[in-house]
Design a protein around this ligand. Sequence first.
Ligand code: HEM
Length: 396
Amino acid sequence: MQLQVPDHVPQHLVFDFDIYTARELEHEPHRTMVELLRSRQVPPIFFTPRNGGHWIIAGAVEGLEMLRDIERFSSEPQYNANSRKPWTLPNQSDPPEHTEYRRIINPAFVPRAVAVMEDGLRALSVEMIEELLPRGGCSFVEDVAKKFPVNVFLRMAGAPQGDREMLVDLTEQVVRHPDRAVREAASHAMGAYVMKAYETRRGQEGDDLLSMVLQGRFQGRALNDEELLGMGLLLFLGGLDTVASTLGFVMLFLARHPGHYRQLVDDPALIPGAVEELIRVHSVASVQRGVREDTEYLGITMRRNDKMFFMTQLYGLDERKIDDPLRVDFTRPVSPHLGFGAGPHRCIGSHLARTEVRIFLEEWTRRIPRMTLADDAAVRTRGGHVWSPVEVPLRW
Ligand code: HEM
């Protein structure tokens, strides 16, 4: 297949990289990408002709500058040539509209609201771990990662637990299926689910996440259908996949590094710092922006509507930001990362996500003093918008 590169893109910045199918993302994607950058096989900003053609920012400095520069790099879909409906909110909007959309759901995610959830999160972790314990091992992604955070989110959204598998499958397709038609069909199916869920809440004073959106006001009016769809869809996508992927990478690392695991078993006070350090080396999400007007960015010509794709996964692994980035040290004073993004769109669920991982690790290490990978050869990971382990077989 002949792939087109637009005229304004210089040849030395072209690297053929499909975010959905790149072999580089199938095993240890973080390490592999760091090594590619280090060996200068790819520059910190490059253009791939795949998936309609877009820029990829792999460098920390370059990515952070882009996220902060909302004058030039917009989140609105109209500036992103590759964007297709259904759109999501509040992430695909710019301030000042963005501020209003975000305000609607913010109360559910502030530290005080998450603190109220802590006992429930702990009880759920304990219940799941106790059930697994006698088995002496598990397939972590299937048995835990796709259940624990998803269960938490479905409770917040007031959605039936029986819909879990269907929703997890749809999310999987939306964020990492290589075929665009499948991704779009899954988005529409999920959108239809969300709209139906609103209908059952209309006229009631519910306090779940979707009722909150339904009761929300934008510029003094209720949200229209497109806005309701966008807000609901993003909440489901954010809530169903990201924490699961993060937990998967965290457990994979700990199973491969018994010395690090031992530290957490022996001294649980290390766990909050360890969560930050483990997110630094295993950030999972990429973010998108579009170029508002033709511009020069770090000496590179970019055209209006060019799509930018920033791998926040690599921010905390950039040698310009941190010494010896692949070394995991739970006592680092600061673990710089952009796993939750930066600027006005910084992840609204970050406090919840951190709390879930911390509580889960506290309860897991308390009950399982030693664990290993049951089969290293079976471990696989996948790319897409959110990198994720597919299989993490554990034994204890
Ligand atoms: C480890 C888990 C998570 C990671 C790595 C993550 C990552 C991110 C990132 C990188 C962004 C920025 C997007 C951008 O700049 O365009 C973001 C935004 C967002 N996240 Fe998360 N997220 C996580 C968990 C969650 C959870 C649990 C929820 C909700 C239940 C959530 C809901 C959202 C929402 C609504 C936004 C949009 C915020 C805005 O545009 O103002 N996230 N997330």
